[in-house]
Write a protein that binds this ligand. Structure first.
Ligand SMILES: Nc1nc2c(ncn2[C@@H]2O[C@H](COP(=O)(O)OP(=O)(O)OP(=O)(O)O)[C@@H](O)[C@H]2O)c(=O)[nH]1
Ligand SMILES: [Mg+2]
Length: 225
C-alpha cells in the first residue's frame, strides 16, 4: 500500500473506492498502537505483573466483545483470544501497549460475567477474582464497562457501575457490536443505555468489525492519563 500523499484527493487517476480504501487504511494505522504484546494471565494478586504502567481494564458480560475490542483497538487481530463460546476469558489477562503517543500502558482483559451456562465454580470464582483486582490495583486508571448495543444494560451492568462509583474508580461506558444495529436503531439504543444507567451522556458506540469508535476510546484513554 503506497503512503497517502496530502494531495491524494486531487489525483483524478485514483478511483473513488481506492481513495476510500487509502484514507481508511491511513486512518486505522493512525489509531492502532505502535506495539502490543501479551504479558501474563493470573487469577489472583500473586500472579499480577508489577504495578509499573497505567492500567485500563475492560469489563462486561461474557461474549460482549471485550477481547475483540482490545484487539481492534491495538490493531493486532489475535492478541486477546476472542471466541463465540461465552466464558472464553477465564483469567485476568495483561497486554502491554505502546500507543501512537504518550507512555506505555497496560490493557487488562477481564473475565466476563453473567453467562448461565458456564460451570458453577467458575461463576462463583468471578466475583472475588475481579473485585480483588479492581479494589487493590494501584495503577488502575479507568474501567471500561462494555455493553452489547442490542441488549442494553441489565441489572449486572448497573450493579457493577454503582460499585465502581462507590470505589471511586473512573468508568467509561462503551456500547459494542454497533455494526449489528440498523442505522435507525443506533441512537435510540444509546439513549436507552444512558437512561437505564442514569449516565450524563450516551455511551461511546463501537464496533470491533468496522473499527467505529476507536478514536473516541483513544481520546478517553489519553484524557485520564
Ligand atoms: N459483529 C460483531 N461481532 C463482534 C464484535 N465484537 C465481538 N464480536 C463477536 O462476539 C463474540 C464474542 O467476542 P469476544 O471478544 O470473545 O467477547 P468477550 O467479551 O471477550 O467474551 P468472554 O471472553 O467470554 O468474556 C465473537 O464471536 C466475536 O467475533 C463486533 O463489534 N461486531
Ligand atoms: Mg474474552
Amino acid at each position: 500500500m503506497p503512503p497517502v500523499s496530502p494531495n491524494i484527493r486531487t489525483q483524478a487517476s485514483y478511483h473513488k473506492s481506492t481513495l476510500t480504501e487509502l484514507c481508511r487504511s491511513c486512518y486505522s494505522t493512525h489509531l492502532k498502537a505502535r506495539s502490543a504484546t501479551y504479558v501474563t494471565s493470573a487469577p489472583n494478586e500473586a500472579g499480577y505483573p508489577p504495578e509499573e504502567l497505567p492500567e485500563y481494564a475492560f469489563a462486561g458480560r461474557s461474549n460482549v466483545g471485550k477481547s475483540s475490542l482490545i484487539n481492534t483497538l491495538v490493531g493486532v487481530p489475535k492478541l486477546a483470544r476472542a471466541s463465540n463460546t461465552p466464558g472464553r476469558t477465564r483469567l485476568l489477562n495483561w497486554f502491554e501497549v505502546e500507543p501512537q503517543k504518550g507512555p506505555k500502558l497496560n490493557f487488562v482483559d477481564l473475565p466476563g460475567f453473567g453467562y448461565a451456562r458456564v460451570p458453577r465454580e467458575m461463576r462463583d470464582a468471578w466475583r472475588p477474582m475481579v473485585e480483588s483486582y479492581l479494589t487493590k490495583r494501584e495503577t488502575l486508571k479507568l474501567v471500561f464497562i462494555l455493553i452489547d448495543a442490542r441488549r442494553g444494560a441489565q441489572e449486572e451492568e448497573a450493579e457493577l457501575l454503582d460499585w465502581l462509583i462507590e470505589c471511586d474508580l473512573p468508568v467509561c461506558i462503551v456500547m459494542t457490536k454497533a455494526d449489528k444495529l440498523g442505522k435507525s436503531k443506533r441512537k435510540p439504543a444509546a439513549l436507552k443505555i444512558k437512561r437505564e444507567l442514569g449516565l450524563p451522556r450516551p455511551p461511546i458506540m463501537t464496533s470491533a468489525e468496522t473499527s467505529e469508535g476507536l478514536a473516541d476510546l483513544w481520546r478517553v484513554i489519553h484524557a485520564v492519563l
